[in-house]
Each structure stands twice: as structure tokens, then as C-alpha cells.
Design a binder for this molecule. Structure first.
Ligand code: ADP
Ligand code: MG
Length: 310
């Protein structure tokens, strides 16, 4: 008998403790200034409704106190990070709901903006390029003017169907211009996809292993703005040129989606370059077809200036 008796005693003791804690919690909750304000704003709430929903009131009390102490999303102590509790009455019943707090909203907006530039193998300084940092030297003035026009046109009439084909020697800031554009478009909530061509070829080749080629190609077809950096610097297979690059450009041409390029070659030189593939031999017709598409989706812009790389 003894074990039973002692268990019973223990249970009664715990029950007693529970009741005590419950009473204490109730008192604490009902005395909370926020809860008192809530209750006096809703004088029709029944005693029973309040009792039944004591846990909600308690939760509201603890959560909101912590919430008002939050200085940033990271330091948020609420159970649901970045959510503020709201207590309200509907049909004489108490409800507790959560909504995103100010910090969370700001965080989500930043995150969304961040996602607007996607890049494969682009240097950090390019991703942080800003129009304010572009040196306005004599030689680059026309290119800068065109860039500003493009941004303005996007703002007033939506994305133009043609991007730019920046060409010129190494180190003059061609890739930097792409970074500036991507960041300006981001401000208008337009996403850009920037890819360094040699890595693009590698990426597609590697995606054979996991069968994701078509998925990736579709992704490049449909990006708001596609930026292909350093075209002509890669060694292409005929297959990549015709089936990957060709089909992406064809699609974008028909959908009137802009593509930007940078290259060390002007368009005529690139055409020669595209005619030579890893297969050997010269395929002028096919290269001409790709060039035609490149001309459809972009407008050539020469960039000549001093070499900025040291
Ligand atoms: P390219 O693509 O023509 O070879 P980059 O765009 O890579 O040249 O520019 C070369 C270097 O100069 C990079 O480090 C880049 O950050 C820097 N750079 C280019 N243009 C500017 C600019 N307008 N203002 C500041 N730095 C620049
Ligand atoms: Mg470059």
C-alpha cells in the first residue's frame, strides 16, 4: 500500500502546486497593464470567456513584452521569429493571432531585393557596382548616357526588348557596367541573371550528371534580364552554341526579353569566333545564325578607356 499512498500524496502535492501556479499566472496576467487595457476596451467579455482564454492572454502578455524589446529580427525572442501577437475580440470571443513585425517586413523586403540579382561566378566588386561610382570620363560618356536612358525607359515604359553588347579591350569596365545595370534594375524590382560565359559552359556541361540541363536552360530563357559576361572567351562545343546558347537567344528574341553581353570582340569578330568550335572546322552559317539573334536582342556599345586593372 505504501507506494500507492506516497504516489497519491505526490500527485496531490503536484496538483496543489499546479493550482497555485495557475492562480499566480492568472493574477499576473490580469494585472498586466496591456491585458488590463484590453479587458477594459472589451467590457462585455464574460468572466468565463476570460478564464477559458487565460492561456491566450498569458501568451500575448509574454510575447508582446519581449517583442517591444526587439531591436532587430535577429534578437527577436518570440516563439515565432518576427511575428507580433494581436489580441482581438470577435463575436464576444477572444482570439490571438500573429502578424509580421516591422523588423520582419523590412528583412523580407531586403531579402527579396537581394534575390533580384543572381549570379554565377561574378566578382564581388561587380555585384556592388553603383552608378555613383562610374567615372564619367570623355570616352565613356556616350555609353553612360545610353545606360541612363535604358534605366529611364525601363522606369517609364517597362523593360526594352534590347540590351547592350559592350565590347572593347580588357579592363575598361565592361563587366562593371553590367553590375551597375543589375543594381539599377534591382531598384525597380527587376531581376537580373549574370553569368560569366566560360563558367556557364562548364555549368551546363556539369548539369548532365544530374539531368538538370533543361531546367537550367529554361531558367536562363525566362530571367527578366540575362547578362552574359565575356562571350567569346569560352571554348564552345557546336552543341552548346546551337542547342544551348542558340535556343536561349531564340526564345528571348521571340519573347522580346533583353540580353546584355560583354566581349573583347566586336560583333564581326565574335561571329568568326563562334564559327570555330571544339569539333574543328569552320561553321559560318551556324555562327551567322547565332549572331543574328545576338543582334536582335542587343545593341552594340563600344567601350574604350584606360585599363582599370593594375
Ligand atoms: P572588363 O570587364 O572590361 O575587363 P571590369 O569591368 O572587370 O573590366 O573592370 C576592371 C576593374 O576595374 C574591376 O576591378 C572593376 O571593379 C573596376 N572598375 C571598372 N569600372 C569601374 C568604375 N567605373 N568605377 C570603379 N571601378 C571600376
Ligand atoms: Mg569583364
Amino acid at each position: 500500500m505504501k507506494p500507492v499512498q506516497s504516489s497519491l500524496k505526490k500527485w496531490m502535492q503536484e496538483n496543489e502546486n499546479f493550482k497555485e501556479r495557475h492562480l499566480q499566472m492568472k493574477e499576473e496576467t490580469l494585472n498586466d497593464p496591456k491585458i488590463q487595457r484590453f479587458l477594459s476596451a472589451h467590457p462585455n467579455l464574460s468572466e468565463q470567456e476570460i478564464d477559458v482564454n487565460l492561456n491566450k492572454l498569458y501568451e500575448y502578455k509574454t510575447q508582446s513584452i519581449q517583442c517591444s524589446r526587439c531591436s532587430s529580427l535577429d534578437s527577436c525572442k518570440n516563439v515565432l521569429k518576427g511575428y507580433t501577437p494581436i489580441l482581438y475580440v470577435e463575436n464576444d470571443k477572444i482570439h490571438l493571432a500573429y502578424e509580421k513585425c516591422q523588423n520582419r517586413l523590412v528583412y523580407e523586403q531586403d531579402q527579396e531585393k537581394h534575390d533580384l540579382i543572381q549570379s554565377l561566378y561574378m566578382p564581388k566588386d561587380i555585384l556592388q557596382a553603383s552608378i555613383g561610382k562610374v567615372e564619367n570620363d570623355e570616352k565613356r560618356r556616350p555609353a553612360i548616357r545610353q545606360l541612363l536612358q535604358f534605366i529611364e525607359q525601363t522606369r517609364s515604359k517597362g523593360l526594352p526588348s534590347k540590351g547592350f553588347y559592350y565590347y572593347g579591350p580588357f579592363g575598361v569596365g565592361k563587366t562593371y557596367f553590367l553590375g551597375v545595370l543589375a543594381n539599377e534594375l534591382k531598384k525597380q524590382n527587376i531581376s537580373s541573371m549574370l553569368i560569366y560565359m566560360p563558367e556557364f559552359v562548364r555549368e551546363i556541361r556539369d548539369s548532365f550528371k544530374d539531368d538538370s540541363v533543361n531546367e537550367k536552360i529554361n531558367y536562363f530563357k525566362n530571367a527578366d534580364v540575362l547578362m552574359l559576361d565575356d562571350i567569346g572567351a569560352e571554348t564552345q562545343s557546336a552543341w552548346f552554341r546551337d542547342e544551348v546558347l542558340g535556343s536561349i537567344l531564340q526564345y528571348r528574341m521571340m519573347e522580346r526579353l533583353p540580353v546584355f553581353f560583354t566581349s573583347n570582340y566586336n560583333m564581326d569578330q565574335l561571329e568568326e569566333q563562334l564559327a570555330v568550335t571544339t569539333r574543328g572546322g569552320v561553321e559560318k552559317v551556324k555562327a551567322g545564325r547565332i549572331m543574328e539573334r545576338i543582334r536582335q536582342v542587343s545593341e552594340p556599345v563600344p567601350l574604350f578607356s584606360r585599363n582599370r586593372r593594375r
